[in-house]
Design a protein around this ligand. Structure first.
Ligand code: PMP
Length: 454
């Protein structure tokens, strides 16, 4: 076999170039908050494989459940019968949705977030008999054909792919950078501005009689790690209800404990008609799904939903173990404590670091935390527009800091991602990360930030 170091070179030769990759580590092993590469180097993982391994890599309960399921039944095809674990997982998940709305009682499982998002749109179109869908600026819903048309966070995701799925309209999101307003703008003004834009959209571009759904992430993920203010979600609920439009919450990234509640929607008091989930729900096994009210789901004709691997038995067994772990290991208590620790580190960095003036905002909920660097105006540099828009800071063109800090952290043995066109670092550690591990991560981050910002 090729020497370990040759494998990364092999990857660069033979793996599709269309994947943007943070590092060229050949990942071999994972446990809790750490992964190891094929050279035996240990790396602290603050990415959780993009918000997936929320309980840490290879959580013993999840791994054991998957092992047992592999020996029992691997493929319980959803169009042939009911998988036993599939049904047990629904039983276990319904109480989590009941906290939002006890009427959310009918479910369907898929493999990826994109598939589940598309399933939610198919459902909304079929049930309402209407075509159009409204998404928000900065949204990310996936890369497959339907989901790509709903994604508005970076042009790279749909460049040269048209014509896209028609009937998608974009409304504004109450995020000061997205609206081009100062960070000090009061939330109520941002919300009022965004709801005004939505009402205009319904009056000028897509009539309620043509609009099937409004789709958004209750905490915007790839678009910059921005929690939607509860008043905005409540406003969307009112406008959608008044106009016979379904409200869909995409909790693919914000769900499964990430924000400190099991679902981010819980705190808002809003009852969406459909919710979409994936990622953390099976801690790394491919599993996604949607939930809605039976009266809505039952309007779909049998045969409209389905897929060969949808709701795979091993993934469902892993999902069950994930829910069991949340119940037995007080995971959400740790999220609250570590969230406090992380926020206080980042707020302190802003005030005490010599480069702290470059930090504009620390935001987020639970362990879905964004750190946004200062920018004054977009430079309009076309070379950078598609991936990392370059910004003007104090009149000078400056490349984004966040992607450079990610690279520095990787050199120092820590994986952490940047996101969005707005120069944002995103912190998504495992929800059961220890105080010591998080401290280690904060230290590496401080050193890398100060080196890059020098
Ligand atoms: N919706 C949201 C909010 C996401 O963050 C993602 C993935 N980052 C998706 C949908 C797409 O999920 P997947 O990559 O599993 O298709």
């Amino acid at each position: 076999p090729a020497a370990a170091s040759d494998m990364a070179a092999f990857g660069s030769e033979h793996v599709a170039r269309g994947v943007s990759r943070l590092t060229s580590n050949v990942l071999k092993k994972g446990s809790g908050s750490y992964v190891w590469n094929d050279q035996g180097r240990k790396l602290l993982d603050l990415t959780c494989g993009i918000g997936v391994t929320n309980l840490g890599h290879c959580h013993p309960r999840v791994s054991q459940a998957a092992h047992e399921q592999i020996d029992e039944l691997v493929h319980a095809q959803c169009a042939i019968g009911y998988g036993e674990k599939y049904l047990q997982l629904i039983q276990a998940m319904l109480p989590t949705f009941a906290k939002i709305d006890p009427r959310l009682d009918s479910m369907f499982f898929w493999n990826s977030g994109s598939e589940a998002v598309e399933a939610s749109i198919k459902l909304a179109r079929e049930v309402t008999g209407k075509n159009n869908v409204i998404v928000v600026q900065g949204s990310y819903h996936g890369r497959t054909y339907g989901a790509m048309a709903l994604t508005k966070s970076k042009t790279i995701y749909s460049e040269r792919q048209g014509p896209l799925m028609p009937g998608v309209f974009v409304t504004s999101f109450p995020y000061y950078s997205q609206l081009g307003l100062p960070q000090s703008t009061p939330t109520k003004d941002l919300v009022a501005q965004s709801l005004h834009q939505l009402r205009l959209l319904l009056a000028q571009q897509t009539a309620p009689s043509e609009t099937a759904a409004i789709l958004l992430e209750p905490v915007m993920g790839e678009g910059g790690y921005v929690p939607a203010p509860p008043e905005f979600l409540q406003g969307l609920r009112k406008i959608s209800e008044d106009n016979g439009i379904l409200l869909i919450h995409d909790e693919v990234q914000s769900g499964a404990g990430r924000t400190g509640d099991f679902w981010a929607t819980e705190q808002s008091g809003v009852k969406p008609d459909i919710m979409v989930f994936a990622k953390g729900i099976a801690n790394g096994f491919p599993l996604s799904g949607i939930v809605s009210r039976k009266e809505i789901m039952d309007q779909q004709k049998p045969g409209t939903m389905g897929g060969t691997y949808a709701g795979n038995a091993v993934s469902c067994a892993a999902g069950l173990a994930v829910l069991e772990t949340f119940n037995k290991e007080k995971v959400l208590d740790n999220v609250a404590a570590r969230s406090k620790q992380l926020f206080s580190f980042l707020e302190d960095l802003k005030t005490s670091s010599p480069a702290g003036h470059l930090i504009e905002e620390v935001r987020g909920r639970g362990l879905m935390v964004g750190l946004q660097f200062k920018r004054d105006a977009v430079s309009g540099d076309s070379d950078h527009a598609a991936t990392h828009a370059a910004w003007l800071v104090d009149g000078q063109k400056r490349e984004q800091l966040a992607p450079k800090i990610s690279k520095k952290c990787a050199e120092r043995g820590m994986l952490i991602l940047s996101t969005s066109v707005f120069d944002v670092m995103r912190f998504i550690p495992a929800l059961n990360i220890t105080e010591g591990e998080l401290d280690e991560g904060c230290k590496i981050f401080r050193e890398s930030f100060e080196e890059v910002a020098r």
